[in-house]
Design a protein around this ligand. Structure first.
Ligand code: KG4
Ligand code: ZN
Length: 324
């Protein structure tokens, strides 16, 4: 079994994955969303202190598995430095005390492997990763060969949802709040710019759109001056512009890339409006679309464990003194 730890942002999570069967035998996540909500985003120092309390609490529950552990895995990059350190410190200690090899896991590769939890990996794949920190299209040929085809030049998709929600006084995380409000709104009320619409660049950009949302909020008298309907209409119009932007650039990539399988991963892949637009695009291009189960879209240790299974097979270990 492998014990995996995730603490790259505001979720403290530990999983136990059985190597032979790929089964997730234990998985727990303590989310800090409620504690960060009043700040409209994650406060790194607070997040770090909350991990320091939550991770040992979860770890205690995994003690019955300790005897059967073959390796410890931990997210070591990318993420918030002070929160990554909490997971890394725990992983180093476990690896040293239990004399087990240590597996460093790249968080974004973990998101990709969320698709294969309790399953065989089916590659090659074209992946759209939309999370709080990243927006990328990646060609995943194999475990060893992944290539970024497009990336955001500024904010990520999740971040733009979070920032727009904050400006409208909605709370954190903004993604689910905006998606829910948008269901009650008119997506054609506000004329928002579709980013890079006339640019040949195959890249993403969300900061200009965020700024356009800010200007509309100001015109409406700030978040306090907005009615519930204003918020719903602006949420729907914003979400539509994000969708059109993602689709326009993805279409260009789809036209070039022959890989038949396509997947959306990351926290924002939980968005049903975006999922359904991509389902239509996949139908148009004859591609098969994949998504991870909803519980594994956002940050979690099970996806870190799934990636670690592959790393374990390949002996990709690191000296506990060298991980940072
Ligand atoms: O992957 P994740 O849990 O953490 C990072 O690796 O960043 O993604 C979190 C992000 C947040 O920005 C959150 O607002 C966004 O995912 N998110 C959504 C939805 N659910 C979560 N964005 C849009 N629509 C959603 N339904
Ligand atoms: Zn993530």
């Amino acid at each position: 079994m492998i014990l995996s730890i995730e603490s790259s942002c505001d979720d403290s999570s530990i999983a136990i994955t059985e190597i032979a069967t790929k089964k997730v035998l234990y998985h727990k996540k303590i989310s800090q969303e409620a504690q960060h909500s009043c700040y409209g985003g994650v406060v790194p120092e607070l997040a770090s202190r909350l991990h320091a309390v939550a991770l040992p609490e979860i770890l205690k529950e995994t003690q019955p598995y300790f005897e059967k552990l073959k390796a410890i895995a931990v997210t070591n990059q990318p993420g918030l430095g002070v929160t990554l350190l909490e997971g890394i410190a725990m992983a180093k200690t476990l690896s040293t005390l239990l004399e087990l090899p240590l597996i460093p896991v790249h968080h974004l590769k973990g998101h990709i492997y969320s698709l294969f939890i309790e399953k065989e990996a089916t590659l090659p794949l074209l992946v759209l990763l939309i999370s709080g920190g990243h927006t990328q299209v990646i060609r995943v040929e194999s475990f060893e060969h992944m290539e970024i085809l497009a990336t955001s030049m500024d904010d990520s998709v999740g971040e733009s949802f979070d920032k727009c929600a904050k400006m409208m006084g909605l709370g954190y995380p903004g993604g689910p709040l905006i998606e829910a409000l948008a269901l009650k709104g008119d997506e054609n009320r506000f004329d928002l710019p579709v980013p890079l619409r006339n640019s040949p660049l195959i890249a993403f950009s969300l900061s200009g759109l965020k700024n356009a949302v800010r200007l509309h909020i100001e015109e409406l008298g700030g978040s306090e001056g907005m009615s519930e309907q204003d918020r719903a209409d602006l949420s729907a119009s914003f979400q539509k512009a994000v969708k059109l932007h993602l689709l326009q650039k993805s279409k260009k990539i789809f036209a070039k890339e022959k890989i038949r399988d396509f997947a959306i991963v990351g926290g924002a892949s939980a968005n049903k409006y975006i999922r359904s637009a991509y389902q239509d695009l996949c139908d148009e291009f004859g591609k098969t679309m994949h998504v991870a189960p909803l519980e594994y879209c956002a940050d979690n240790a099970a996806m870190i464990g799934r990636y670690a299974l592959e790393a374990y097979k390949r002996n990709l270990f690191i000296d506990p003194n060298e991980i940072d």
